[in-house]
Design a protein around this ligand. Structure first.
Ligand SMILES: C[S@@+](CC[C@H](N)C(=O)[O-])C[C@H]1O[C@@H](n2cnc3c(N)ncnc32)[C@H](O)[C@@H]1O
Length: 262
């Protein structure tokens, strides 16, 4: 069922990282040591800094160490319903479906999609394998939990798991498996993708078609009702005709229904 990364031809993108800690929090020191062990910066030419301070864990541009970086901020998510960010009329929740209860996001990244779905009322499990991204998400959760009211309202439906969905992690079945693999690299030069995606690309690289197909297969094993696949509008369909497609401005959500068991 689960293939090894070697079998998938996966190229783990290991960017040289610099880890700086200016925090008294024990949890930050533990996380920083773990990252230093995983990504030893022997050459000293890191382009990315993971910066720990009392306000949280940030990704910074190593060439501009004083510039403010990026951190995961669940408390800052736009909470407008109606036609706003948390409206179920948006293409993503339309693809997930009104009657869906549980969703597993098997490629959660910084959890923007996963947490937004939890805020909309779905019960969400979010899986992420990159240790750097997971460190930022876990720190975002720690800070969000400090607001008891916020976490009781939205966090109770959200569960984050640091794991590789293709290797050694076996979740329980969910109604919907959501899959947002890395986008394929465009042939032609074009506008840069949005900031969070650029950051993820710099940490984990681009789409590996073999791995994307394995992720889709794995998602199909976990989903009882459907698999929802996010693709950039310029990318081809993965391999079979989706049952439904919901178009956004730059991306589309392809819905693949699971065979019904009688
Ligand atoms: C395009 S990003 C997802 C962005 C996300 N939807 C968001 O809202 O932030 C894809 C993510 O999938 C993760 N990923 C790729 N393969 C994975 C695997 N086998 N298990 C878990 N996460 C994986 C990558 O590390 C990357 O962070």
């Amino acid at each position: 069922m689960c293939k090894t990364l070697g079998e998938l031809g996966s190229v783990h993108h290991n960017p040289p990282l610099e880890v700086i800690v200016q925090s008294e929090l024990a949890i930050h020191h533990i996380a920083a040591t773990e990252l230093r062990n995983l990504f030893p910066n022997k050459s000293g030419d890191a382009s990315i800094t993971v910066y720990f301070n009392e306000e949280g864990v940030e990704l910074r541009n190593a060439a501009k160490p004083k510039h403010k970086g990026f951190k995961v901020d669940f408390l800052g998510v736009d909470r407008r319903t109606g036609a706003g960010n948390l409206s179920r009329k948006q293409p993503l929740p339309k693809a997930i479906g009104q009657s869906t209860n549980s969703v597993i996001d098997v490629t959660a990244g910084f959890c923007s999609d996963a947490f937004r779905l939890a805020m909309m009322g779905y019960k969400v499990t979010a899986i992420e394998r990159s240790p750097v991204i997971a460190t930022l998400v876990e720190d975002g959760i720690r800070r969000a939990k400090e607001d008891n009211e916020f976490w009781a309202e939205f966090g109770a439906r959200f569960n984050f798991v640091r794991a590789d969905i293709l290797n050694g992690y076996d979740p329980e079945p969910h109604d919907v498996a959501y899959l947002d693999p890395m986008f394929p690299q465009k042939r032609k030069k074009s506008a840069l993708p949005p900031g969070p995606i650029q950051r993820i690309q710099s940490l984990v690289g681009f789409d590996n078609p073999k791995e994307t197909r394995a992720l889709f297969q794995r998602a199909s094993e976990i989903a009882t009702k459907k698999v929802v696949l996010k693709r950039p509008t310029y990318a081809q369909e993965l391999h079979q005709k989706p049952a439904h497609v919901f178009e956004g401005k730059l991306v589309r959500y392809e819905v693949y229904l699971q065979p019904t068991v009688t």
